[in-house]
Design a protein around this ligand. Structure first.
Ligand SMILES: Cc1ncc(COP(=O)(O)O)c(C=O)c1O
Length: 463
């Protein structure tokens, strides 16, 4: 007889803790389970989509000092005044340490939620501290919001391409991701309207639109104010909730921030914020600003996930905001990132082969590169790493396997000199691939990029 899990009565159960009968212990010891993961039959269905992302697989190699990593999106906190942070933490422990090291509220500490309202005012948001739930980075905000709204099979709309960490969450909750095209001003409202019509025709309704309006990860593109208004209008007509993820909004290089979508519609937009890029990611403090009813559910979800977000981190961030000129610090970060962005753009202009194009970000960390037709960023990655440069292949940013003609380059972390050297090495790899393609009519190893949903960039940033 065979059990439902596929182990016969006459075989020892090979799983850890599996049923043992007399005499089979030795047999079991002798018999090596050849599966890499002997727990594989036990996992919940929701884990099936949990595979290591392209970014994670890359980190091990890309972190070697000889490799110029244009892959990871790690914030560059080398300009953070550690004496100021250290002083604030020292004072916190001495004056309020017992409270700061105790369990706290599931919603997050009031002192921090008040300070968060002040931060959000810079992007035109007027909010009450009661409507904020503190999270473990905005990543946990994404997780909680998806947990609240999505059952397996539910549809989530998001930009094409989109943030790999969000796609991972949507996969973990077994949602169906439907991508919506972008152009140089971000998500295209008419494409969103078409997606809503197509879903309706299929008898489906999207649970929400996930969008990153500022300096999008990975495309580096921002929505204009007009674009945000149009998207919200389409969302209103389609009765669609919008999840606005905004970790980079204060890191713009030109002028004042564009008003957040949440500032334009408080009832339709759930807003995700983070201190990871404007202060430091290690504290793991983010937040969700949500309409009141959603906020109540969020706090319950937060309590079941963590009991409370880390109290010490919250007091630490609040102390930093009170004691330091955080607005001035963000300006320092902005200038540092601008210098790196400029180095990246100069390096690309100097070293990319003909037929390559790229976006010109006005803030944030990322440039999105479109390769000449026929080249495959996924297939060529090992050769790039051998040439000591790393990037993230475009395929990581699509739920449906498209994107192989693209790559994401990050300029946030390396020095300007290293960035330029990285683009030089990358240019050599791309030129070689293009030459092979021209000679043999096919890219090495690659099936050729499928037509993916990315617009052809306008002229100025092309070679
Ligand atoms: C678009 C976007 N959302 C969310 C996150 C998660 O940030 P954190 O959890 O550190 O706040 C990131 C991190 O890179 C991101 O790029």
């Amino acid at each position: 007889m065979r059990h439902p899990w596929g182990v016969s009565d006459h075989e020892p159960d090979p799983r850890p803790g599996g049923r043992a009968t007399s005499g089979d212990g030795l047999e079991r010891l002798q018999r090596r389970d050849t599966r890499l993961d002997s727990y594989v039959d036990r996992y919940a269905a929701r884990t099936h989509g949990m595979t290591a992302s392209a970014i994670r697989a890359l980190f091990a190699v890309a972190n070697r000092p000889e490799v110029v990593s244009l892959a990871g999106g790690m914030p560059n906190i080398s300009d953070l005044p550690l004496d100021v942070v250290g002083g604030a933490l020292h004072d916190l422990v001495l004056t309020d340490g017992r409270r700061a090291m105790q369990y706290g509220s599931g919603q997050g500490e009031p002192v921090l939620r008040e300070a968060i309202c002040e931060v959000m005012r810079l992007e035109g948001i007027s909010a009450h501290p009661d409507d904020i739930t503190v999270t473990v980075g905005s990543q946990q905000g994404l997780d909680l919001v998806t947990r609240l709204f999505c059952d397996p099979g539910d549809v989530v709309l998001c930009e094409a391409p989109s943030y790999v960490g969000a796609l991972g969450v949507f996969r973990a909750y077994q949602t169906e991701v439907v991508h919506v095209a972008m152009d140089e001003h971000g998500l295209v409202p008419s494409a969103l309207a078409e997606a809503l019509v197509a879903l309706q025709a299929a008898g489906k309704k999207a649970k929400f639109l996930y969008t990153i309006p500022n300096f999008q990860n990975p495309a580096g593109i921002s929505q204009t104010l007009e674009r945000r208004t149009e998207i919200l209008r389409v969302a209103e007509r389609g009765d669609l909730l919008v999840v606005e993820d905004n970790p980079y909004g204060l890191l713009g290089f030109d002028g004042d921030p564009v008003p957040a979508m949440r500032s334009l519609d408080a009832e339709r937009v759930v807003y995700l914020g983070s201190f990871s890029k404007t202060f430091a990611p290690g504290f793991r403090v983010g937040w969700v600003l949500a309409p009141h009813a959603v906020r109540e559910k969020l706090v319950l979800a937060q309590e079941s996930a963590t009991l409370c977000p880390p109290t010490f981190s919250q007091f630490a961030v609040a102390a930093y905001l009170h004691q330091h000129d955080w607005r001035g610090q963000i300006k320092v970060f902005r200038e540092m990132y601008r210098e790196r962005r400029d180095a990246m753009l100069a390096g690309l202009a100097d070293h990319m082969p003909a037929g390559t194009s790229w976006t010109v970000p006005a803030g944030g960390f990322f440039v999105w590169v479109t390769l000449p037709p026929g080249l495959d960023s996924h297939a060529m990655l090992p050769r790039a790493v051998t040439a000591r440069v790393a990037y993230v292949p475009g395929t990581g940013f699509y739920a449906d396997g498209l994107g192989s003609r693209h790559m994401r380059l990050s300029y946030c972390f390396p020095t300007p000199e290293r960035i330029i050297e990285g683009t030089r090495r990358l240019g050599e790899v791309l030129q070689y691939e293009a030459d092979v393609l021209a000679t043999f009519g096919t890219a090495i190893d690659g099936p050729g990029a499928p037509g993916d949903r990315w617009y052809e960039s306008p002229g100025t940033n092309q070679r």
